[in-house]
Design a protein around this ligand. Structure first.
Ligand code: SF4
Length: 133
């Protein structure tokens, strides 16, 4: 999704998030963890915080995208949450809209649990043929 305006996020500019395993990210909603020049993930218990802070490749990428009004894949969760929040908050009937999102999530999960039919290249009748007038 692309927008035609500059977007700023204070966490993208100055934030640091820590995962349970000690990996470091720009914020706790980020999907990308910071890595060193060898591609190894930084761990807060093994790396000097200044070294982590000065590794701004991921941070720069994210901020460059935001400056261009583009959605960086690192921020997918956050943007989805903002869009859903706006859809609910700005709806004419917010509670009804929130309920519809809830029902959509339940429907998706139920259809996943129900399982898909097997692939078939031939059509076959699935309606009962007995007991009809
Ligand atoms: S995920 Fe959200 S809060 Fe985190 S850096 Fe991206 S836009 Fe900012």
């Amino acid at each position: 999704m692309e927008f035609n305006k500059k977007i700023t996020c204070s966490l993208a500019q100055r934030g640091i998030g820590i995962e349970n395993a000690g990996h470091v990210k720009v914020c706790n909603l980020s999907t990308h963890i910071f890595k060193d020049a060898n591609g190894d993930p930084y761990r807060i218990d093994q790396t000097n915080l200044r070294d982590i802070w000065n590794n701004n490749v991921t941070r720069k990428e994210i901020n460059d995208s935001l400056d261009k009004g583009e959605r960086h894949e690192n921020c997918q969760l956050c943007w989805d949450a903002v869009l859903i929040n706006s859809a609910i908050a700005l709806a004419k009937k917010p509670i009804l809209m929130a309920t519809s999102f809830k029902n959509a999530v339940i429907a998706g999960r139920q259809s996943f649990l129900a399982g898909r039919m097997k692939k078939s290249f031939n059509a076959s009748a699935s309606s009962p043929e007995s007991g009809l007038i």
